[in-house]
Ligand binder design. Structure first.
Ligand SMILES: O=C(O)CCC(=O)C(=O)O
Length: 289
């Protein structure tokens, strides 16, 4: 399934204007493809889980279940769970599950090199684009505070997009991505601090993109974003891709010091609901095609 040229142009325009776009209503993958893609992601996660359990690692992110910074700090100190790119937020009950685009299930169409996604990237940056990462963003029940960040180090020129796809319907409070409009390079708030909480600073209000099955959220690599705390009982899994002009790294996700900063900013459990109160959560606040 492919998008019309006009939709591709609109998506690129929204990314350049707001820093992100939501392609709603399952326009890129069929029901069967989504079911299969999710099953593969979950079975790969099952392998990680089995390996951690075989080694009796009891501090893995899916076991956190507490948002207390003290508990999380203690676990961080003693935790031996190391999983690929999970560095940035595993301590907060989240996991970045790197998969392979080079071989296996996700190396073929429609998973790799989806033509509409490459077209959007090309239209956004005016250059040829490549697809170089695939993975799963896991956000487990009991996960902690949003860890605000940008994925870039050189945020002046980072021609790359992060594409996030919901392959199943989940409760709205399952901890969906938060994005802050106009914070990408060329956006009017491109200069705001990457890591601080945003709402008290006169910055544009962040939006929690409560995604429905089939929705595709695309953010510019330089857009400030975070994952919301998962207040539901469901494991939240979203498939993600990186597409861009260069074969780029995702440095923020590899820096454990970032995770430490986020943890130290965290407050107490009781503050969590007020943190999310009044935040736009629905998709009518998002540039939608
Ligand atoms: O899991 C999410 O919702 C956001 C992931 C994220 O912030 C990132 O990987 O950069």
């Amino acid at each position: 399934m492919c998008l019309e040229r006009s939709s591709i142009a609109e998506a690129a325009h929204a990314i350049l204007k707001f820093g992100f776009v939501l392609l709603a209503n399952g326009s890129l993958l069929s029901e069967d493809q989504m079911a299969e893609g999710l099953a593969v992601m979950k079975s790969k996660f099952g392998e990680v889980k089995a390996a951690a359990e075989a080694q009796s690692i009891d501090c893995a992110p899916w076991k956190y279940g507490s948002r207390s910074p003290q508990v999380q700090r203690a676990r961080r100190t003693n935790c031996s769970f190391e999983y690929a790119e999970a560095g940035s937020y595993r301590y907060d009950g989240r996991m970045d599950q790197t998969l392979s685009v080079k071989e296996g299930f996700y190396s073929q169409q429609p998973w790799r090199n989806h033509s509409s996604l490459l077209d959007i990237c090309r239209k956004t940056f005016g250059d040829e684009c490549f697809h170089f990462y695939v993975g799963g963003f896991w956000n487990f029940p009991g996960s902690g505070y949003p860890h605000w960040h940008r994925d870039c180090i050189d945020c002046e020129y980072a021609p790359e997009l992060v594409v996030v796809i919901a392959l199943e319907d989940l409760p709205e409070n399952a901890g969906f991505p938060l994005v802050q409009p106009y914070t990408h390079s060329n956006g009017s708030f491109s200069g705001v601090n990457s890591k601080t909480q945003t709402r008290e600073k006169g910055e544009p209000e962040p939006i929690e993109v409560a995604m429905k099955k089939g929705d595709v959220l695309i953010w510019h690599f330089t857009t400030k974003h975070a994952a919301s705390p998962n207040l539901s009982k469901n494991d939240r899994a979203l498939l993600y891709y990186h597409v861009g002009v260069f074969d780029n790294e995702d440095p923020a996700n590899l820096d454990p010091e970032d995770a430490k900063d986020a943890l130290l900013q965290a407050g107490s459990d009781e503050k969590l609901p007020s943190l999310l109160e009044g935040l736009p959560r629905r998709r009518d606040h998002v540039a939608e095609l």
